[in-house]
Design a protein around this ligand. Structure first.
Ligand code: NAD
Ligand code: UDP
Length: 357
C-alpha cells in the first residue's frame, strides 16, 4: 500500500506547542486541521469564532485562509468520529492535546487519566476505524524519572514517574507502541521555551504559570512580583536544577521532521514506533535562566530561594544524537534567542491572547 498523503490533524493545536507546530506544518506545505477543547488557552470558546492562536498563525503566514478548526474534546468519541467522517483525507495525527500540570495531576488524578489516557485511547480507536495509522505523539523527558546518566539517551530506563502526569506519559508510550502495525513517533520533549520570533505567538497559560519560563515572563511584565526558585541544594554547579531548554520553534520543526521520517519509512515499506529526545543537549540551571532572561529584559528580575518542589529531579539534559541522525533534526536556536523571543511576545502581549493588538 502506498503511503497516504493528505491532511494532518493536530490535536491541541491551539496550545503552546500545537500552535507552533500548526505553523511549521503549513510553512512546510502540509494541509492541517485543528482540534482543541480550548481548556488551556484564552481563545473564545464560541464555535463560530476562530481561536486567537490560529488567527495569529494566519497573521504570520499573511493569509486570510481559515485553518479548519473543531472545538472538540478528545474524550468525546462521537465528535471525533464526525471529524474523521468530514475529513476522509486525514493521513496522520499529531497528538498534542492533554493536561500537563504535574502539581494539578496530583490533585485531580482521575481527570488526568480520563483526558490523557481515555481521550488518547478514543483517538486511537477512531484512527483505527478510519485506517489512519500514523501518529506523532507529545511525550516528555519526565518518562526518564531521575536518570542514571546525563546526557540522557533514549535507551535510558523508562520509569513509573513520581507524578500522575508523568505516569500518563509512560502509559501512553506503551499504549501507542502496542497499537498494531503502524507508524508512530514518540517525541520526548525536554523543556520547550521561548516564542515565535514575530512576537505575536507564544505561550498563553491560564492562571498562574507552573513552569519557569512563563512565570519569569510574568514577573518581567509586572503581573507577578518575583520568582520563587525551588531549591538550591541540588548536586549541580549552583545548587539549582538543570534542564535542557528547547526553542518552541525548534520543537515544532521536530514534528515536521518526524512526519517526514514516517513518510520515508512507509515509502520503503516499513512501519516503526520509535522514541526520540527533542532537546538541545545543553544543560541550563534555574539561575542561569534567571540571568539569561534578565539580560533579555534589560534588568535584574527579582527572585527568592525556597524549598525544593516535590517531584523535581536535579538534571534532565538530553542526548539528542538519535533525533539529529534519524530525524535529520537539530535544535538551531540559542538560549539568548529563546529569551529575546519570549520577552518580545510577553512585552507585546502582557495578557497573552486576550491582549488587543
Ligand atoms: P498546552 O496546554 O499549551 O496545549 C495543550 C492543548 O490541548 C491546549 O490548547 C488545550 O486547550 C488542549 N486540550 C487539553 N485537554 C483537551 C481535551 N480533553 N480535548 C481537546 N483538547 C484539549 O500544552 P503544551 O505545552 O502545548 O503541551 C502540548 C503537549 O506536549 C502536552 O501533551 C504536554 O503534556 C506535552 N509536553 C509539554 C511540555 C512543555 O513543557 N510544554 C513538555 C513535555 C511534554
Ligand atoms: N522552577 C522554579 N520556580 C518556578 C518554576 C520552576 O524554580 O516557579 C524550576 C523547577 O524546580 C525546575 C525548573 O525550574 O527545576 C524547570 O521547571 P518547569 O516547571 O519549567 O519544567 P519541568 O522541568 O519541571 O517540566
Amino acid at each position: 500500500m502506498s503511503p497516504k498523503t493528505g491532511t494532518i490533524l493536530v490535536t491541541g493545536g491551539c496550545g503552546y506547542v500545537g500552535s507552533h507546530t500548526v505553523l511549521s506544518l503549513l510553512e512546510s506545505g502540509y494541509k492541517v486541521i485543528v482540534l482543541d477543547n480550548l481548556s488551556n488557552t484564552s481563545s473564545s470558546a464560541e464555535p463560530a469564532v476562530t481561536p486567537e492562536a490560529l488567527k495569529r498563525v494566519q497573521k504570520i503566514l499573511s493569509t486570510d485562509e481559515p485553518i479548519p478548526f473543531y472545538a472538540v474534546d478528545i474524550t468525546d468519541k462521537p465528535a471525533l468520529v464526525r471529524i474523521f467522517e468530514s475529513h476522509p483525507d486525514i493521513s496522520a495525527v499529531i497528538h498534542c492535546a492533554g493536561l500537563k500540570s504535574v502539581g494539578e495531576s496530583g490533585r485531580r488524578p482521575l481527570d488526568y487519566y480520563n483526558v490523557n489516557i481515555a481521550g488518547t485511547v478514543n483517538l486511537l480507536q477512531v484512527m483505527e476505524d478510519f485506517d489512519v495509522r500514523r501518529m506523532v505523539f507529545s511525550s516528555s523527558a519526565t518518562v526518564y524519572g531521575d536518570p542514571p546518566k546525563i546526557p540522557i539517551p533514549e535507551t535510558s530506563p523508562i520509569v513509573a514517574s513520581m507524578s500522575t502526569y508523568g505516569r500518563t506519559k509512560v502509559f501512553l508510550e506503551h499504549i501507542i507502541k502496542d497499537f498494531y502495525r503502524w507508524s508512530a513517533t514518540l517525541l520526548r520533549y525536554f523543556n520547550p521555551a521561548g516564542a515565535h520570533p514575530s512576537g505575536i505567538m507564544g505561550e498563553d497559560p491560564q492562571g498562574i504559570p507552573n513552569n519557569l519560563m512563563p512565570y519569569l515572563a510574568q514577573v518581567a511584565v509586572g503581573n507577578l512580583e518575583k520568582l520563587t526558585v525551588f531549591g538550591q541544594d541540588y548536586p549541580t554547579k549552583d545548587g539549582t536544577c538543570i534542564r535542557d531548554y528547547l526553542h518552541v520553534v525548534d520543537c515544532a520543526d521536530g514534528h515536521v521532521a518526524a512526519l517526514k521520517k514516517i513518510e520515508r519509512e512507509e515509502a520503503a515499506g516499513t512501519f516503526e514506533c520509535n522514541a526520540y529526545n527533542l532537546g538541545a543537549g545543553t544543560g541550563c540551571s534555574v539561575l542561569d535562566m534567571v540571568h539569561a532572561f534578565s539580560k533579555a529584559v534589560g534588568r535584574d528580575l527579582p527572585y527568592v530561594i525556597s524549598a525544593r518542589r516535590l517531584g523535581d529531579v536535579p538534571n534532565l539534559t538530553a542526548d539528542p544524537t538519535l533525533a539529529n541522525k534519524e530525524l535529520n533534526w537539530k535544535a538551531t536556536k540559542t538560549l539568548d534567542e529563546m529569551c529575546a523571543d519570549l520577552w518580545r511576545w510577553q512585552r507585546n502581549n502582557p495578557s497573552g491572547y486576550r491582549t488587543q493588538n
